[in-house]
Design a protein around this ligand. Structure first.
Ligand code: OGA
Ligand code: MN
Length: 280
């Protein structure tokens, strides 16, 4: 493959970028370097018409760091446990109702883990005939647009993160949070972080896993978490990705929030492979 064919094309008005000229099943080092560089500035990157096995996905993930097994035991790929299934169908073909509702509120993945992931990726195998997209919010642009008074308030705040224990997590899952191998405690994280590569400030509060702030009562914290989520997910900061089979999409786990749109007919199959990557 020659690097001359490589190009970027915006997908959404604000977020979402297509990377052209890449075959991820035969990735060379120069192309990878171009992808890594592009991804730092374009935190939702899409490669169309890819035909990838679980093994290909795991090795693409390994280029960026260490792919990790999914917290939800049920969805792990049997041969490559660092790859998991994102699906709305059970092994017997019936609707998986947990899979239907899973991740359909705004969140950033795994912020309740001690270590933050770098990125995650989805590879679409089967998609609904209409809708069933994934939405992304640019948390750098959202931070930049916050009123100065809110920026000042956030500067001293430390968010408290637990697994799906924030307002959106409770609304979506309640007591049905899915079976995990281990128990997750509470992790403190500054409400504003800087991107490790670009150094841009990022609003790092998500309504799924952020359940409070240090030194703040819940009746003050929950409305603030919701207010920030409502602000950050205005249309001007978001992108709706409409899936095609063969799409390989990766997102920056620091710079963005995302959610399943949850707007497809649950009878229609939606099956993807997923990997989440941690720092080396
Ligand atoms: C995820 C996720 C959303 C979707 O894989 O982390 O949130 O659209 N997916 O299924
Ligand atoms: Mn997610």
């Amino acid at each position: 493959m020659t690097t001359a064919a490589l190009a970027l094309r915006p997908l959404g008005e604000h977020l979402g970028t297509e990377a052209l000229g890449v075959d991820l099943s035969r990735l060379d080092d120069d192309t990878f370097a171009w992808i890594a560089k592009s991804f730092a500035e374009h935190p939702v990157l899409v490669f169309r018409d890819q035909h990838l096995s679980a093994k290909d996905i795991a090795s693409f993930g390994r280029r960026f760091g260490i792919p990790r097994k999914h917290a939800l035991v049920k969805y792990r790929h049997p041969d490559y446990p660092e790859v998991s299934w994102l699906t709305n169908v059970e092994a017997d073909g019936r609707i998986d109702w947990y899979g239907v509702k899973r991740a359909t509120e705004w969140h950033t993945d795994s912020t309740y883990e001690k270590e933050l992931p770098v990125l995650a990726m989805l590879h679409a195998l089967e998609v609904p005939s209409k809708k069933g997209g994934t939405m992304f919010a640019d948390m750098r642009a959202a931070y930049d647009a916050l009123p100065a008074a809110m920026k000042d308030r956030l500067a001293g705040l430390v968010g408290l993160h637990g697994r799906s224990s924030g307002p959106a997590g409770e609304r979506l899952y309640g007591a049905d949070k899915g079976e995990t191998e281990r128990h997750y405690g509470e992790v403190p994280r500054p409400a504003v972080i800087n991107h490790p590569v670009t150094k841009r400030p990022i609003l790092f509060v998500n309504p799924m896993h952020t359940h409070g702030f240090q030194g703040m009562a819940r009746d003050e914290a929950w409305p603030l978490i919701e207010e920030l989520a409502t602000f950050a997910t205005q249309e001007r900061f978001t992108y709706y990705h409409s899936w095609r089979p063969g799409d390989q999409l990766m997102w920056d786990e620091r710079a963005t929030m995302h959610r399943g749109a949850g707007d497809a007919d649950p009878q229609e199959r939606r099956v993807m492979m997923r990997t989440i990557v941690y720092p080396n």
